[in-house]
Design a protein around this ligand. Structure first.
Ligand SMILES: CC(C)(COP(=O)(O)OP(=O)(O)OC[C@H]1O[C@@H](n2cnc3c(N)ncnc32)[C@H](O)[C@@H]1OP(=O)(O)O)[C@@H](O)C(=O)NCCC(=O)NCCSC(=O)CCS(=O)O
Length: 388
């Protein structure tokens, strides 16, 4: 693993960051990794893991200091997502979803909204991001949920599907269309809905292939009344917020997929050294060496790309949508390829639950689908080369 140690050493974490990462790794080994198989088997929401994450203050590392946070560089946040996801993909996405849902409030909310709402997350609350609808998946702007102004309130009608943290969140970032604006794209708007709002209900919970500990829910809004004070920016400002939000959540889901890929690679190396067949370690077979060589090269390239992207974002760059698409595409394709090879590498054991290879493979699949399918990302990247 020297190759990896060298690349990771080149990241030059400062003392404080190194200390945080050591604490995260210790907490993950003691709590998150220890619970991962049980969580997958029982599909129970991992509250203990969330508590351990919050006890280290990791829920505050993207929140500005004045609103109860302890902000850290984005690169560090991405590394923490990967470390958690490497141990338990469900816990990784629960943690990352808080960031996905709250970053738009941090970036686009006004001071009153941030001061009122962000401390709820800093104190341990969870958040959810609600964009997708039955008829609005890849075509996210085709959403039908409506926001109708009524005095000091906004009335929400509609529904959402596939919402991570949907049944456990305290705050929901909800996208919908302003009823008084006709143009479908110019009407997109966004608001914060608080848990317990009358007319807001959790109507379903998906049974899934993987990520069993993370809840994925359908939501309905039947004349749910939200104070207008919870609207982000102005009516119709939602498309710009949507695109900016996706551009920040995509590196985050890429870091989550990187965690799954790292786990599978580590397991292949361990198993390849331990397992003996025909009188030698299976890693002594050239076919297996070729597999590891290809996967190691891809993982190392991904590590560097994610660091490059994180550095861009940390430096204040705002035009990184395509770089984010590349990270999401390559990290998720690698997670799927790595985990499939990991199952194959383990032979019959890989197909059984004695090893975590089969869980990693089930957890990897969604990474190619969520936060924009990889087909959408290929289209976004490919068309960028078309002369205008
Ligand atoms: C963003 C899209 C929905 C846009 O698709 P459209 O086909 O409606 O429009 P386009 O012509 O492709 O683009 C319109 C306009 O926007 C510009 N654009 C597109 N993407 C970006 C971007 N990432 N950053 C900046 N600008 C962007 C594009 O160049 C066009 O500009 P011009 O008009 O040419 O000037 C679609 O591309 C897309 O991303 N679909 C995937 C949606 C998605 O990721 N959904 C996940 C939702 S997450 C959720 O629901 C939460 C559940 S959970 O908890 O996981």
């Amino acid at each position: 693993m020297k190759l990896f140690e060298k690349v990771l050493a080149a990241r030059n974490w400062n003392d404080e960051e190194r200390q945080i990462l050591d604490q995260v790794q210790r907490m993950v080994n003691e709590v998150v990794a220890a619970n991962a198989a049980d969580i997958d088997r029982t599909s129970e929401f991992p509250w203990k893991n969330v508590e351990a994450i919050n006890a280290l203050g990791l829920n505050t590392i993207f929140i500005p200091e004045e609103f109860g946070g302890m902000p850290m560089p984005f690169k560090l946040y991405l590394e923490i997502v990967s470390i958690i996801a490497e141990a338990c993909a469900s816990t990784g996405i629960i943690y990352a979803t808080n960031y996905h849902a709250m970053k738009p409030l941090i970036d686009f909310g006004n001071d009153e909204q941030r001061a009122r709402l962000l401390p709820r997350i800093a104190e341990g609350g969870l958040a959810a991001l609600a964009i997708t609808e039955t008829t609005a998946g890849s075509d996210a702007t085709g959403m039908k949920t409506s926001f109708t102004p009524d005095g000091d309130d906004i009335i929400i009608k509609g529904s959402k599907i596939f919402i991570s943290n949907g049944d456990v969140a305290d705050l929901y970032l909800v996208f919908g269309k302003w009823s008084k604006i006709e143009d479908p794209k110019k009407s997109i708007s966004v608001l914060i809905l608080e848990k317990g709002t009358e007319g807001f209900n959790i109507i379903s919970k998906e049974r899934k292939m993987g990520h069993n500990g993370s809840s994925t829910c359908g939501l309905s809004f039947e004349n749910a009344r939200v104070p207008r004070a919870n609207l982000l920016c102005d009516p119709g400002d939602g498309l710009k917020i949507l695109l900016a939000s996706l551009n920040k959540s995509r590196p985050s889901v890429a870091a989550h997929a990187r965690g799954i890929a790292r786990a599978a690679f580590r397991d292949m190396v361990d198993y390849g050294n331990e397992r003996v067949q025909s009188g030698k370690a299976v890693l002594d077979f050239q076919a297996n060496q070729f597999t590891l060589a290809d996967l190691a090269s891809e993982l190392l390239m991904l590590e560097r790309w994610l660091d490059y992207l994180a550095d861009l974002i940390d430096s204040g760059d705002t035009d990184f949508g395509l770089e984010a698409s590349i990270a999401k595409l390559r990290a998720s394709d690698l997670a799927m390829k790595m985990t499939t090879e990991c199952v194959q590498f383990h032979g019959g054991y890989g197909y059984c639950q004695d090893y975590r290879a089969e869980r990693l493979m089930r957890d990897a699949k969604i990474t190619q689908i969520w936060e924009g399918t990889n087909q959408v990302h290929r289209q976004l990247i490919g068309r960028s080369f078309r002369s205008k």
